[in-house]
Design a protein around this ligand. Structure first.
Ligand code: C5P
Length: 314
């Protein structure tokens, strides 16, 4: 049986990096948001054995180092399933772009595999397998707006708000995430790492509390709730180490701000930059201006959880 699913990208609405842990990972606090840009994944289970990855893109590994290979290998064993799995990736998202391309592909491959086999993993097992393959995978098992803690793999759905227009700028550079983390450690040894974690935790609690509670703390007219999150002081720590090394990315963020983004930021460790806009029209105009300036810019919408699942399988 052949199953095709859309593999949606994510952006990070803020990302705080804490201390280096004993396991070599960094403690993180981040809010992930799925967006409408996507790759297409087709999974086919045939007679025989093994896993084959097909992809036209030269930078996508076709061997067992591919995240799709790794997750399917684990899932086949956990499901005690037999057969040859052929995974076709139609790549549209940038490779090493900070939009979770390899991670979303792996989760999409897993979802397609389970449908193709008509067999399901238990939810905890699915999460375990996803987090073994990478820190950024489990968020795609929830979709919409997701709080990520631990190394980013402990994920919790947070209040999911209506879609917001987004312009995604993809400069033609690939940033290595492990290198960016190493640079963070070298430049900014963070003795105050736990304070920083508390800071983002407090900002998020204040924001979520405001969304959910009827407490009479609110001042003035309510803004778009996403912009309220922005005003809670979110930022992406990776900008501090990635912008000095790639000045073009800092220029891209400034360009997004100049064309009217309500909030602009690097996504993950980059190189993707995004801007949030008040309307789709404003985003279209902004993207047209950016393209004239030579940037590769695409307009999309943030993807709430319901649409994430509905569109993935349609
Ligand atoms: O989990 P993932 O495979 O995406 O991580 C890739 C690398 O990024 C890790 O080997 C580690 O060097 C770094 N990393 C980290 N802290 C995290 C996530 C990733 O140091 N929270």
């Amino acid at each position: 049986m052949t199953v095709t699913v859309k593999s949606f990208a994510k952006i990070n609405l803020g990302l705080y990096i804490g201390g280096l842990r004993e396991d070599g990972f960094h403690e993180l606090r981040t809010v992930y948001q799925t967006i409408g840009l996507h790759d297409l994944m087709t999974v086919n289970v045939e007679r025989g054995r093994g896993i084959e990855i097909r992809c036209q893109h030269s930078a996508v590994p076709k061997d067992e180092s591919n995240t799709c290979y790794r997750i399917v290998d684990r899932a086949m064993a956990a499901l005690r399933a037999k057969g040859r799995v052929v995974i076709q990736i139609e790549k549209r998202l940038p490779v090493q772009g900070g939009m979770g391309g390899a991670s979303t592909n792996a989760v999409a491959a897993l979802i397609a595999l389970e449908r193709a086999l008509k067999k399901n993993l238990r939810p905890e097992e699915r999460l375990r397998i996803a987090s073994e393959v990478g820190s950024d995978l489990p968020l795609f098992l929830i979709g919409g707006r997701v709080l990520g803690v631990g190394r980013g793999e402990q994920v919790f759905p947070v209040v999911d708000l209506p879609a917001m227009a987004c312009v995604v700028v993809t400069p033609a550079v690939g940033v290595s995430t492990p290198k960016a983390f190493t640079e963070w450690d070298r430049k900014l040894t963070a003795p105050d790492a736990s304070d920083r974690m508390n800071l983002l935790g407090r900002g998020l609690s204040a924001w979520l509390g405001q969304m959910y509670s009827g407490a009479p703390f609110r001042r003035g007219r309510r803004e778009n709730p996403l912009l309220e999150l922005v005003r809670a002081g979110i930022k992406n720590d990776f900008e501090e180490v990635v912008f000095p090394e790639y000045p073009e990315l800092s220029k891209g963020k400034a360009a997004l701000e100049r064309v009217g983004a309500k909030y602009a930021s690097l996504s993950g460790s980059g190189s993707t930059l995004y801007g949030l806009f008040a309307s789709k029209e404003a985003a279209n105009l902004a993207a047209a201006k950016l393209r004239k300036q030579g940037w590769i810019a695409q307009v999309t919408m943030t993807l709430p959880r319901r649409e994430y699942w509905k569109k993935m399988l349609s």
